[in-house]
Design a protein around this ligand. Structure first.
Ligand code: R5P
Length: 239
């Protein structure tokens, strides 16, 4: 089975959790795209849901698939968010933002009663950090922000190369919110909640790709079938 087929299987399993009338957060990336397409098929067959997209790319996909959309200004909460991830650890802490959508993804996940992470099982790791950690920053004062990020890394016992993300055309990658992303090659993040807190305290950091205590469950598709892992601690618990 190809990686893409595994992603679609995980998306299909998560779709089983969707009920008529739900307000959904719609994630970003190649796995979330499968979910939006499968959701579109259910909508065409009569399912009534409304979604909040986490990126302009997902907005376009959802519109193409006939999924009705709204915003977090028009509704006050979401029942369920389905999104992919770049890494998932056994506590269901995540690294997200490989596609640059981390800011809207985190706002949507935080506004949602539940978040299901869908992935092929190559995303499952014992310790986060092999995937470069995306940190979304304001371009103004970037030198100072980078120094503050380095200091936060040192205080949290991690270090590694940082690079401003470039788009395929070689220009600086600009997020949907108009910010830049610094990717940090940390290798091993031993205290994800501690690092998340330290990064959030830096003025030039808009958001970072550590999702702590947000995922309720993970659906992992692999050669041996599908595994569903439930988070043991309540949503928002970072200890
Ligand atoms: O910014 C992008 C998102 O966080 C994605 O959910 C993440 O990068 C995983 O994407 P994919 O499903 O394409 O591996």
């Amino acid at each position: 089975m190809t990686m893409d087929q595994l992603k679609r299987q995980a998306a299909a399993r998560a779709l089983e959790e969707v009920r008529d009338g739900m307000q959904l957060g719609l994630g970003t990336g190649s796995t979330a795209k499968h979910f939006v397409e499968l959701l579109g098929e259910r909508v065409a067959a009569g399912l009534k849901v409304i979604g909040v997209p986490t990126s302009e790319a997902t907005r376009a996909d959802a519109e193409r698939c006939g999924v009705k959309l709204t915003t977090l200004d028009e509704i006050d909460h979401l029942d369920l968010t389905i999104d992919g991830a770049d890494e998932i650890d056994p506590e269901l802490n995540l690294i997200k933002g490989g596609g640059g959508a981390l800011l809207r993804e985190k706002i949507v996940a935080a506004a949602s009663d539940r978040m299901i992470v869908i992935a092929d099982d190559s995303k499952w790791v014992s310790t986060l950090g092999k995937f470069p950690l995306p940190v979304e920053v304001i371009p103004f004062g970037l030198g100072a922000t980078r120094r503050a990020i380095e200091k936060a890394f040192a205080e949290c016992g991690v270090s590694g190369q940082m690079a401003v993300r470039k788009a395929k055309d070689g220009h600086v990658f600009v997020t949907d919110g108009g910010h830049w992303i610094v990717d940090a090659q940390l290798g091993r993040i031993t205290d994800p909640p501690g690092l998340a807190k330290a990064l959030s305290a830096i003025p030039g950091v808009v958001e970072h790709g550590l999702f702590i205590g947000l995922a309720s469950s993970a659906v992992l598709a692999g050669g041996g079938g599908i595994r569903v892992i439930e988070r043991r601690k309540p949503k928002g618990d970072q200890e």
